[in-house]
Design a protein around this ligand. Sequence first.
Ligand code: SF4
Length: 455
Amino acid sequence: MKYRGYAYIYTIGCQMNVYDSEKLAIILNSYGYETTDDMDKADIVVCNTCSIRHKAEEKAFSFLGRFARIKKNKPHLITVMAGCVAQQEGEKAFVRVPHLDIVLGTQAFSRFGKLIDAVKSGKQKVVDINDSSMIYEAMPATSCTDENKISKFVTIMQGCDNYCTYCVVPHVRGRERSRTETNIVEEINLLVKAGVKEITLLGQNVNSYGQKEGLISFPQLLAKVNDINGVHRIRFATSHPKDLSDDLIYAIRDLDKVCNHLHLPIQSGSNKILKKMNRGYTREKYIDRIFNLKKECPDIALSTDIIVGFPFESREDFNDTMNLLREIEFDSIFAFAYSDRSSAPAAKFSNQIDEGKKKERLNRLLELQEYYTEKKNKKQIGKILDVLVEGKSGKKRDGFDHALKNMEQMVGRTESNKIVHFPSKDVIIGDIIKIRIENAYPHSLWGHPLGAQNK
Ligand code: SF4
C-alpha cells in the first residue's frame, strides 16, 4: 500500500486507551497513514487522552500545546485530541489549544476518517463528541499493528452504568454497551493468526458483560475464548465486586487457559466510604466473595485498587482499609490519593481531606502492602512456574553476572501476573517455559528455566 503520510499516536492512560489507540492506528492505516514512532516525521498527530486524574489531563494539554510552534513550520500537520478529555471538553479544548484541528470523542472513532477529510478540505476546528450505540462493530477488525504480538487487549464492552461518585467514565465513555460474542471471537481469531498468545478481555465492568443486551454471560464468553485454538492464556480486567458470581469463580477454577489471577478493586475498607463512593457492596460482601474464590482457587493471586483520602475518610475509615489489607493479603495493589474530577459528583462533597493527610495515608498504605507483596513473592521460591516469555529484560538485575555468562537476561510473566527474570540463550518470545524460582524481590522474581516447551 502506498501511504500518503505518517501518523504519530501518543497514548495516555489505561489499557482501554492502549486498545483504542490500536484501533485509531488501524483506521489511520486504512486512510493512508503509516504509523511512526518518530514524531518529527508525522503529518498527523493524535493524542489519545485520559481524564481519570487531573495530572493525566494536564499531560494531554501540555503534549498538544507544543505543536503551536511546530505547526508554524509545518502548516499541513493535523493535530487531534481523542478520547476521554476530548469527550469531556468538546469545543472548550480549542480555548486551551487554539491550533488543534480535531476533537474526537470516545464514541466518534468510526467517523474519524470523515473528520480528517473535512480538515483537509479546509474546515477548521472540527468536533465530534456525539453518542453512538455502536461500539467497534462497524470499524475494521483489529489485527496487529506492532511487533508486540505476544499479548493483546480485546475490548468486550464500553462505558459503564455504575456511576461511582469519584469517576468520570460514565460521563465520558457513555452507558455500558457490550460487543457481540461473534465479533469478539472473530477479533481474537485474527490476533491468534498474527501470533498472539495471551488475550486480555477489557471493559470497565467485564463481569457484567452481556447482561443488559441479553447476550451470553461473562463466564460463558470466557468458555468460548478458552475454546479458541492458539490462545494460551486469558486475562480480564476490570471486574466489579458486585458482579463476582459463583459461575465466574467456577470458570476461573475450571477453564485451563484462564489465568489464576483476579484484579478486583475494593477502593476502601470502610462501609461508610464505600457507600459515599456508590460502590454497591459492603466490606463484608467483598470479603465473603474473596473467601468463596479462595475456597475454589486456593492459589489465586489477587490484586486491587484503593483510593485513600476520599472525602469524609476519617482515621477509623482509613484504618479499616489498612486492616482489610492485613486480612486479605493481596499480591499487589494500585493505590492513589483521591483527586477531584470536576464532572464527578464527589468534587462537590464537603469534608475534602487535606493533601498532606492524603499523602501520609498513601505512604502508610504502600508501606504495608510492600510487606505483603514481598511475602507473597517469597512464597514462590522453590516453585516451578509456567512463564510466558515476553522478551529481553530492559534492566539487568545486579549480582547475577555469573548467571548471565554467554546468555541474555530475559523476562516473562507467570499466570499470577508476576514478573520473572531469568538467563537464557535459546528461548523464543511467546514460548511458555518452566522456571524454577530461586529469588524473590519486591517487584519481581528470579529463576532458571528447566527447558523450553510450547504449550
Ligand atoms: S465501575 Fe465505577 S470506577 Fe469503574 S468505570 Fe464504572 S463508574 Fe468508574
